[in-house]
Design a protein around this ligand. Sequence first.
Ligand SMILES: [Zn+2]
Ligand SMILES: [Zn+2]
Length: 342
Amino acid sequence: MNQLSLANGFNSADIQPVKLGSKPPSPAYLDKRVIKSQRESKRTRSQRARERLATKEHLSRLAVGLGEVELAHKIERCHSRLSVLTCGRHIARIIPNFTCEFRLCPDCGRRRSRRLQNKYLPAMRGFMLRHKVTPVHLVLTQTHKEENRKQSAKRIKDAFTRLHRNSFWNKYFKDGTWSLEFTKDKNGLHHTHLHIIGFRRKFFDIELLRSEWLAATGDSYVLHLKPITDIAAGLREVVKYVSKPLDIRRFGADDLKEFLGLKKMKMFGTFGEFRDFCKTFEPSDNDAAAVGELESLARDLVEGCACPQCNQPLFDLRMSAKELPQFYEQTESSPPGEVRGS
Ligand SMILES: [Zn+2]
Ligand SMILES: [Zn+2]
């Protein structure tokens, strides 16, 4: 296994489409995504910060075009001024002036996805210990039809409800989490996938799951399953779609308009036994330490504290969002103690 596949726990060799009856549709989309996800993990923080800026500029232009001036203004204001707590070489904490909380905002998406990870990771660890279950990442797909995003999401979620209520599922799984991923093909058809973190009780023949999915959907048996070796990385992978529900830079005005019409669509959730577990789960001190370590540490940091990574004193640097990528670049390339101020 090379370093990349280790880094994000995804190895294309793990994904083996299994045939059932007639020729299955090409599973190529997933392989492409694996490559894409490896590429994403290779990008530097400064590159990612630049992409977030470009995405927000694109979104606010689209919003202006639709006459949604207030939304455009909120997106522009969000994370536009930053208070960066840094030793000059490491960034301990970034406090934005304002957060827009718009579903497609990449900065707010990152915050949302961190919140979900902090909330569910301790529960997942606790659940796995208590029930001796192993996590798998299951991707469920459906056939493509002429329908809007809402109809497409409803169709796959209804099918999944049928699947997880049946006896096969309950024999082999102790439920888990789901998240929605939307893409569109060249013909404008929605491809909606469900990403499930399922807690598996025991092994089973993937063909059986495939035929259960066919029974639940009526017309689709394309799914992919891979074991999760690192639950933190597995959770990060599925909440990614919550922070980045769509490829926004390929978005047109019509896409934004449609999206604004479905503000309330839920993109992530827990279900079944895992959901019940989460309702009463209280993380122990150990859990909290394991997950929120950096997060809670960072929350308490103020100017003058020691940098958690190098012990140098932290100072507060004010900058605009446009200056952040360059600051990341400096911190990425500077030897100890070289970058103070900017
Ligand atoms: Zn925002
Ligand atoms: Zn430092």
